[in-house]
Write a protein that binds this ligand. Structure first.
Ligand SMILES: [Zn+2]
Length: 361
């Protein structure tokens, strides 16, 4: 089931005003200056030389602050929700980079508590956006389960939505529960996602996540898949790879080191310091850092497609009630207005228009 993270205003004004997303210019001088000030979001990949282990560290600063800013006019998020959403966004960037998928990676939590839906979406170029729908009171100090898994009915979905879909192709989606083998509630998002990576990719993964009002950050350590040999690749690969789960000593040692990183350290230290402190005895090779940025992919055309999907009757009833259809993008705050003429045009030439798509706005 695809969820439109979008709000159609019926009666009370919703919007959180804000200018449209602007990609930061990406010149070298811009980089150097912004990096010097610690203002730029960064994702660093590294490998441990000669060992079947790789790592990534992400620090979202300006991009994360932009996501929060877009929410300010609507009152912002409670600190606990901000932490969850920030961790999801950092994790989404790490997973997108880890899977290297040509399409959007969408991390969603469908909650049964005060947070009904939390979404982080990361594109292949690491442009990202995130939003959460909070419908109830969030008590101070709420844990993950108090936010989204009160009755153990919350779940986490990871969707890979290919960029160039053939007609009728559905996105790939994996769903993991927010509880463990004995139905015990999991209180760390990182653990939920570690389970997912093990299930879907057969790869041991260690994740450390943290977020506050300024930074959303994460460290990922992952065992590399076993390389295939000879003709038997597929089968042998898989078996050899599964045999390594939970037993590779190099991975275990490095994951253990990663596990000593404290939340506060992840939030406050720069990448160089973190890597030096954790892995000073390990042979680490680093790659050119990447720059995640905030961007929203909503557009009037996509909103129009979504409205068309609702059907004439629904749209007419909104027009009758409100005089026009107002749609606010939950990710970036952009407002879309469809007056009766615009709305009628949506349904004028149905044969000449693409069918309503079930994609995120
Ligand atoms: Zn938007």
């Amino acid at each position: 089931m695809w969820v439109h993270p979008i709000f159609i205003s019926r009666g009370h004004g919703v919007g959180f005003a804000g200018p449209q997303a602007q990609r930061p210019p990406r010149g070298a001088a811009h980089y150097a200056k912004r990096k010097a000030w610690g203002l730029m979001s960064e994702l660093h990949k590294f490998i441990f030389d000669g060992l079947p282990v790789r790592g990534m560290i992400v620090r979202l600063t300006d991009s994360w602050q932009e996501i929060l800013k877009r929410r300010e006019a609507a009152g912002g998020y409670p600190a606990e929700v901000m932490q969850l959403l920030g961790e999801m966004t950092a994790a989404g960037a790490l997973m997108q980079s880890s899977i290297s998928f040509n399409g959007a990676l969408i991390l969603q939590i469908f909650g049964d508590g005060p947070v009904k839906l939390a979404v982080a979406e990361v594109q292949p170029d690491l442009s990202l956006r995130a939003t959460a729908t909070v419908t109830g009171d969030v008590p101070e100090g709420s844990s993950l389960s108090q936010l989204v898994n009160v009755k153990n009915e919350g779940r986490c979905a990871i969707t890979l939505d290919p960029k160039d879909k053939f007609p009728g192709q559905q996105p790939y989606q994996g769903v993991v529960p927010l509880f463990g083998d004995r139905h015990e509630k999991i209180e760390k998002l990182s653990e939920v996602l570690e389970h997912y990576m093990l299930q879907s990719e057969q790869l041991d993964t260690r994740l450390i996540l943290a977020a506050d009002g300024n930074v959303a950050a994460g460290l990922l350590i992952q065992r590399l898949p076993v390389k295939g040999q000879g003709n038997l690749e597929g089968q042998m690969d898989r078996q050899a790879n599964e045999d390594q789960i939970g037993v590779n000593e190099d991975y275990q040692r490095i994951a253990l080191l990663a596990g000593t990183l404290k939340r506060e350290e992840l939030l406050s230290l720069d990448v160089d310091t973190i890597l030096r402190r954790l892995f000073w005895e390990e042979p680490v090779t680093r790659f050119e850092p990447l720059a995640p940025s905030f961007a929203c992919s909503c557009s009037r055309k996509r909103v129009g497609n979504m409205l068309r999907g609702l059907g004439t009757a629904e749209i007419e009833s909104i027009i009758a009630e409100r005089g026009q259809v107002d749609v606010a993008c939950e990710f970036c705050g952009a407002q879309y207005e469809f007056d009766p003429v615009d709305a009628a045009q949506l349904f004028t030439h149905p044969l000449q228009q693409p069918p309503p798509t079930a994609t995120v706005q």
